[in-house]
Design a protein around this ligand. Structure first.
Ligand code: GCW
Length: 662
């Protein structure tokens, strides 16, 4: 059944010319190898070609030649593999070249060959002519990572695709085939690291019984080039170690972590390291003992040593501190620049609040030149309509990655020496991600971590062609629909720089009126600050001055409500309802217009999709259509509820021509 389980790796049979071109190639040439990754590369090529040629029952040639690393001369009409070519640099780098009538994949190590095999199959499945394939590729950053917010009991925090894919109960004896398929999907887009448990971590995941289970996963994923990380609860020495304290400067605590790291490395020699959420949203951390984030991170970094990495999250804000929440992470971390050990990475969310449909880039990027900074994206759509709303997130990440920090480079430049983490959107739903189009976000995350300069539109094309149909008419309709989808969500949920207006706790649906939660910064009213006179958060000098955390040129772009990009207006400014916008409309008219535009865009997407039935199997076509119907209804819910609430404050009528609230 076409239930989406195969993701973008369907390799649907080619037709016409593309098929003829592939038929002329007749063999795979590779030196016999015991290396599991190299063997995977060969079998992926074999299976991929068989599928693309549409003849899975015919045993297609897997010809292994004698010589080690046969030169291209020795092969004709074939695909060749050379996985120890030292002239091809770096982890994961590869070349795919056509020489005469042979196609050659070269890499300095087996994982490069595997990535090269997936790249070749991707090109072929997009219909590329084998005679002209010419790819030289290397990952832009060393760490391309998924963070799972999966709890050991099977519940996934902010997960909208069913229960966790990790079957901890039956591990280590039983390894679900899904664990292999998962690793393969990740490898096909270059992901090379996975933190398997929630950052809101249970200490017992570090006990021997779990280390055994994690080892089984690490062994299964190693051939796919994936290293395992564990989220560690900072209080583990107390919780499971029998110590009185978890003070990072206490010698017994240090010894405990050292022993724990040794124990894990004995089982998993290539263990990636620890991911830590500390002193954030109630999690324990070094500040419980009067120590700093650097003290905590460095203590763990010493335990791990040169075997791995400690990834320390910068997502911190406190209820006791009445500083603008958007400023707190910067205030806590920037003074520590230069104090973190070399094998510590500080992981920073794309924006300063929390994965909103739109935020400016996080001011920490570029402001800590002596610290390894990593980018954290959220693939799961906590604040963008869960899995039922269609929102392609590549344009959102591209916006942040391409932002000029004003400190001599873009956000992508800052993180390139380190990496990117994405909060996974996987679950045990048959289609993995809760909806077919959410697969595109997993795919896009991996592709951007490999190459943050890839245009979102190209990613959308690749994905749609491999996942659904390579028919040009289908692509021409689907790609624009994907490209506008995130902006549509911004418009019907939080237009013009508004943020965090989702209803409390679950973050689904509108709740701008909520203002009675004990923690002020959890109330939507904290963010919009609307009343009879106006709306927006003043983050200029007259307000919180969060603007001052950005480099002067960047702050200058945003400091004036008259000239700021309207997309960020209410993020940085509080203005009157009659504030004049560049469009000539008043702010109120513009807001209404944006909500209407968002709704209209979703209607347009649904109308486009309704015409595409001939290109998509019935099962997935219906699933997407039904989600779009939900999104159409809920976009109206967002618009109408939000407008009714703003009207209750400002007493203004809807402008003439606005879509009337039913
Ligand atoms: O977005 C918020 C979520 C929490 C999450 C937290 C974080 C894992 O609402 O569910 O906890 O961010 O990133 O730590």
């Amino acid at each position: 059944a076409e239930d989406g389980y195969d993701l973008w790796l369907r390799y649907a049979p080619l037709e016409g010319e593309a098929l003829e071109r592939l038929e002329t190639l007749s063999a795979i040439v590779a030196a016999p190898s015991d290396d599991p990754t190299e063997r995977l590369a060969v079998s992926e090529l074999m299976n991929g070609f068989q599928a693309l040629r549409g003849r899975p029952d015919e045993i297609w040639l897997g010809l292994l030649s004698r010589p080690r690393d046969p030169g291209p001369d020795s092969i004709t009409n074939s695909f060749g593999l050379g996985c120890s070519d030292q002239s091809v640099g770096g982890e994961g780098a590869f070349l795919v070249r056509t020489q005469g009538d042979a196609i050659w994949i070269a890499a300095s190590s087996p994982i490069g060959c595997l990535y090269g095999a997936y790249a070749l199959l991707r090109e072929l499945s997009l219909g590329a002519d084998p005679a002209t394939i010419d790819i030289a590729s290397a990952p832009a950053m060393p760490l391309r990572m998924l963070n799972h917010w999966d709890n050991p009991d099977g519940h996934v925090e902010r997960g909208y695709a069913g229960r966790s894919i990790f079957d901890w109960w039956h591990l280590p004896e039983r390894l679900d085939q899904r664990m292999i398929d998962y690793a393969r999907a990740n490898a096909s887009i270059g992901i090379n690291a996975v933190a398997v448990n929630n950052v809101n971590a249970r200490a017992y995941m570090l006990e021997p019984r779990y280390i055994e289970k994690v080892k089984r996963l690490a062994d299964a994923w190693r051939p796919y080039g994936i290293r395992v990380f564990l989220s560690a609860r900072f209080s583990a020495p107390r919780d499971i170690g029998g110590l009185e304290t978890a003070d990072p400067l206490d010698p017994d605590v240090r010894r405990w972590w050292q022993d724990k790291a040794d124990e894990i490395y004995a089982a998993i020699p290539d263990f990636g390291g620890f991911l830590v959420k500390a002193n954030s949203e109630g999690q324990p951390g070094p500040q419980d003992y009067g120590r700093t984030h650097a003290d905590g991170a460095n203590m763990l970094a010493e335990a791990v040593g040169d075997r791995g990495t400690v990834i320390w999250r910068a997502f911190v804000y406190s209820a006791e501190d009445d500083t603008d929440r958007a400023m707190q992470a910067y205030n806590e971390f920037v003074p520590l620049d230069g104090q973190f050990a070399d094998n510590v990475i500080v992981q920073v969310k794309n924006g300063p609040i929390d994965f909103q449909p739109r935020e400016p880039f996080h001011p920490m990027f570029g402001a800590m030149p002596n610290t390894n900074l990593m980018f954290e994206a959220q693939i799961t759509k906590e604040y963008l309509g869960f899995a039922s709303h269609l929102a392609f997130l590549a344009p959102m990440w591209e916006e942040a990655l391409d932002a000029d920090t004003g400190h001599g480079g873009t956000v992508a430049d800052v993180i390139a020496p380190v990496g990117m983490a994405g909060v996974a959107n996987t679950g045990s739903d048959r289609n993995w991600t809760g909806s077919d189009f959410d697969q595109a976000n997993w795919y896009a995350f991996g592709r951007l971590a490999w190459d943050p300069t890839l245009p979102s539109e190209q990613i959308a094309r690749e994905w749609a062609a491999q996942t659904f149909s390579r028919d040009e008419d289908f692509i021409e309709a689907t790609v624009p629909m994907m490209m506008e989808s995130r902006e549509a969500v911004v418009d019907y949920m939080t237009p013009l720089g508004l943020a965090h207006l989702m209803d409390t706790g679950h973050h689904y649906g509108p709740g701008p009126w909520v203002c009675d939660l004990a923690r002020p910064e959890w109330n939507p009213c904290y963010y919009h600050r609307a009343d009879a006179d106006g709306i927006g958060f003043d983050r200029t000098e007259s307000g919180s001055n969060a603007l001052s955390q950005y480099a002067p040129e960047v702050a200058a772009q945003w400091s004036d409500p008259e000239t700021i990009d309207p997309a960020f207006l209410l993020w940085f400014h509080r203005v009157g309802w009659d504030h004049r916008m560049p469009s000539g409309r008043t702010l109120w008219e513009e807001l209404v217009h944006r909500y209407d535009t968002g709704v209209a865009q979703v209607d347009g997407i649904a109308a486009t999709w309704a015409e595409l039935g001939e290109y998509v199997d019935a099962e997935r076509f219906r699933a997407v259509s039904e989600n779009l119907a939900i999104q159409q209804r809920e976009a109206r819910w967002w618009r109408d509820a939000s407008l009714a609430y703003w009207q209750s404050l400002n007493g203004l009528a809807l402008p003439a021509g606005a879509d009337p609230v039913p």
